[in-house]
Ligand binder design. Structure first.
Ligand SMILES: [Zn+2]
Length: 275
């Protein structure tokens, strides 16, 4: 995998050197927003401290990709127990693929009994005093407070996000019937038209919409600041307006229509005069 190409200006780290059969975990982050200090790496986990200067928070994080074999996974549970001594009661999040379920009812085929693997996993979580927030209900969406928060809910099943998304769709003329993040990304990509001004604005609006909803969520959680959906939408428009004003466009009917819709006027590319 070409991480330089994927992450571009971001920093990244992998556990390639710790793995025998190819890299299993890659973490990429924007150094302008987030700082990561790696504390320990193995073939199944990367243990680190993540800090955000903007939100003034610091949290221990373990990124996990557990082995397929139970015996190998036991090493991971031991690693987490060791990490927990270092964490010593401070905020700690463990995320990734554990390759084992916690409860029989999580199984896609509805297994009705606890296996030895599940018991070992539960035992580990009890020792390190970590709980599954999806089960405990602690991850309530801060935007609507009526459902649990995850990517699918936030983009765009959440009533608060839907209000904003509908305004964005109207303003940018995005004809998407889906409220699912992956479908929308595909639709916007498939609609293509590269440098066509309306296509550029559709992509800018979608990116600004996601960014501003995520910012609103963080503001509510970390700064206790709450805006309504109109205010978030205005912020999306401002973000996009600034970006459009930075573009150099070619004169066309579509550009003139866009300018009157947004109440702006863009710089024009100087046409090449041939004699
Ligand atoms: Zn919600």
């Amino acid at each position: 995998m070409n991480c330089e190409k994927v992450f571009q200006g971001w920093s990244w780290i992998s556990n390639m050197q710790e793995c025998i059969k190819g890299c299993r975990i890659v973490i990429g982050w924007d150094n302008n927003e987030t700082q990561i200090q790696i504390l320990h790496k193995t073939s199944q986990s990367i243990f680190c401290v993540i800090s955000s200067s903007e939100y003034k928070v610091q949290c221990f994080y373990s990124f996990v990709y557990a082995a397929n074999e139970g015996a190998e996974r036991r090493k991971l549970w031991n690693e987490l127990v060791q990490n927990s001594k270092y964490v010593n009661g401070k905020p700690w999040c463990i995320a990734g693929d554990m390759n084992v379920i916690l409860q029989p009812n999580e199984h896609s085929c509805g297994v009705s009994y606890l296996t030895a693997d599940m018991i070992e996993f539960q035992d580990c979580l009890n020792k390190i005093e970590i709980e599954d927030i999806c089960r405990s209900g602690a991850n309530r969406c801060s935007l609507c407070t009526s459902d649990s928060e995850d990517l699918v809910h936030m983009f765009f099943k959440c009533p608060f996000s839907i209000e904003i998304w509908n305004k964005v769709k109207f303003k940018a003329d995005i004809r998407s019937y889906s409220n699912n993040w992956q479908d929308i990304v595909k639709e916007i990509n498939d609609a293509g038209n590269g440098n066509n001004i309306n296509s550029v604005i559709r992509r800018l609006m979608f990116a600004a919409c996601v960014y501003n909803i995520w910012n609103e969520r963080n503001g509510r959680i970390f700064k206790d600041v709450k805006r309504n959906s109109d205010e978030v939408f205005k912020s999306i428009e401002e973000t996009v307006k600034k970006r459009i004003l930075g573009l150099i466009v070619r004169e066309s009917k579509a550009v003139r229509l866009m300018e009157s819709k947004w109440g702006i006027s863009c710089k024009r590319a100087i046409p090449v005069v041939q004699d």
